[in-house]
Design a protein around this ligand. Structure first.
Ligand code: UD1
Ligand code: CA
Length: 505
């Protein structure tokens, strides 16, 4: 199961906070992107989406997202992923402390604890946030910061503790002394605070730092000075707190997240042949004894049932793969692949494709908006769109379901146990009855009744001696002459026209 889901199942035991505030107004200059940083994606969600998913089980109701840079895009995205969240605009990005202040101003009646989270920490888990809130409550703290011991603290705020280990201050790297820079315990950018206390202390936080910004991190020291109870709590897994400021970090976070998802899958009984080249979104799942071959991507809401085999080199977006099905070197979007069905190699399944039990879609076949009945086969080189195909039917190689007349789409119905000859054009709307056949190479424009053979093609004509006359001296002419000399050629039969022969071929 994906980690987000397993962590949200802990929600029953989760201590609640009165509100969650996500800081997402920054431009994210270091991304060098026209897309706001928090909208960059990994593992099937935006950075912001991951933070909101991790925090969702803790919120008693109010979720505030501070937006600014690219706010139209961020607000539109929020409307999709968290319509209940309140977007609050920070007109000018004057710092993380200012952003938190703007958020609290938007919910003036809020009291109790508030969880404030940077919008660019996609590896945060509900478990870590829950532990932080529990520690805050247990300590009777008014301001608690999440921290981590990291090997390389470059660029991060350092946690300064006194001799007894009590937190004293958070110092940004660019404002830190050499001694402080040596500290490897860093600020995760996640805080739990008493809302009223935070409001009060932020009002007094100035901008006397190297960036001239109002830092949220500067809320700690004055509270310590007052003798208020504060805490700094280390995360169990230092990966949880890693932020994402540029594309390289984004790639690293994506890899870590993917490793976590694959670890969960493998623990649950999924075989992952090559974790390095297998990518599974946090929203996708696979069941026990499913096999993911190298180069597999399970994206979006994809589910792969027990015993199904996907890959190598297959991408599934929002697909359902049922038990025992096989998908080999294929690209599938919004498809339902029934039990024991086989897909590929080199199939392209588009949305609305539903393959019933034991059906087959083979090499170089594209399908869209089609129901394929139990045991039916589309083995080779076909386009099948807007159709219903019954049970036990066979669609011959290079068949095209001609579904579009340039203005509208039309449906084709193929009954049970029908046989569509190779290279048939089925010009929709058209119905092929149960047990009906079509002759290879036919252009079928009207219905074929049950049990009938639909033939719609020109009769064959053989022009005897044509090669000898029109292509003299070619290897073909020489081969023909040799065959005639051996007297095993049909000779000068003229036009060959045998309807019954064509129908049975
Ligand atoms: C911040 C912390 C740092 C911590 C690090 C963890 C501050 C001053 N520093 O640094 O101690 O180690 O996170 O990753 O907070 N934002 C706004 N409005 C603003 C400025 C920022 O909404 O005016 C948001 C950003 O969108 C971002 C978050 O606040 O989500 C943090 O800002 P960012 O610039 O990324 O801070 P860091 O330098 O990473
Ligand atoms: Ca950051």
């Amino acid at each position: 199961m994906a980690p987000q889901e397993s962590s949200s199942s802990e929600s029953a035991a989760t201590p609640a906070v009165a509100a969650v505030v996500v800081l997402a107004a920054g431009q994210g200059t270091r991304m060098r992107s026209s897309t706001p940083k928090v909208l960059h994606t990994l593992g099937g969600r935006s950075l912001l989406g991951h933070v909101l998913a991790a925090a969702a089980p803790l919120s008693a109701g109010t979720t505030v997202v501070v937006v600014g840079a690219g706010r139209d895009q961020v607000e539109a995205h929020l409307g999709e992923i968290a319509p209940g969240a309140l977007a609050v605009v920070q007109e000018q990005q004057l710092g993380s402390g200012h952003a938190a202040e703007v958020a609290l101003t938007a919910v003036p009646d809020l009291d109790g604890s508030v969880l404030v989270v940077n919008g660019d920490s996609p590896l945060l888990t509900t478990r870590t946030l829950t532990a932080l809130v529990a520690a805050h409550d247990a300590a009777g703290s008014v301001f608690t910061v999440l921290t981590a011991e990291v090997d390389d603290p470059t660029g991060l705020g350092r946690i300064v503790r006194d001799g007894s280990g009590a937190p004293q201050a958070i110092v940004e790297e660019r404002d830190a002394t050499a001694e402080q820079r040596a500290i490897r315990e860093v600020n995760a950018g996640v805080y739990v605070a008493d809302a009223a206390t935070l409001r009060r202390v932020l009002a007094g936080v100035g901008t006397a730092n190297s960036q001239g910004e109002q830092y949220l991190t500067d809320a700690l020291a004055p509270l310590v000075g007052e003798g208020a109870p504060t805490a700094a709590v280390r995360a169990d897994d230092p990966d949880d707190v890693l932020g994402c400021n540029d594309r390289r970090e984004l790639a690293e976070r994506r890899r870590t997240l993917n490793d976590r998802v694959l670890d969960d899958l493998m623990r649950a009984g999924v075989t992952v042949i090559d974790p390095q080249t297998t990518w599974v979104d946090v929203t996708a799942t696979a069941g026990p004894d499913a096999v993911l071959q190298p180069g597999t991507q399970l994206l979006g809401s994809t589910t792969v049932a027990s015993g199904a085999v996907v890959g190598p080199d297959s991408t599934l977006v929002d697909c359902t793969v049922e038990a025992g099905a096989t998908v080999l070197r294929s690209h599938c979007l919004g498809a339902v692949i029934g039990p024991e069905a086989t897909v590929g190699p080199f199939s392209y399944l588009r949305p609305g494709t539903r393959l019933a039990r034991g059906s087959k879609v083979g090499g170089f076949v594209e399908t869209k908006n089609v129901e394929v009945g139990e045991g039916s086969k589309i083995p080779h080189l076909s386009y099948v769109g807007d159709a219903t195909i019954g049970r036990g039917s066979n669609i011959g190689a290079a068949t095209v379901f001609v579904n579009y007349d340039g203005v509208a789409k039309h449906r084709t119905t193929v009954g049970d146990h029908a046989r569509i000859g190779s290279d048939t054009m089925l010009v929709a709307p058209v119905t092929i009855g149960d047990g009906a056949y079509t002759a290879a190479g036919s252009v079928i424009t009207s219905d074929v009744p049950p049990g009938a053979m639909g033939v719609a093609r020109g009769p064959q004509r053989n022009v005897a001696g044509w090669v000898r006359r029109r292509r003299p001296g070619t290897p073909a002419a020489e081969a023909a002459a040799a065959a005639e000399q051996r007297a095993d050629a049909p000779g000068d039969l003229g036009v060959h026209d045998d309807d019954e022969g064509q129908l049975t071929r």
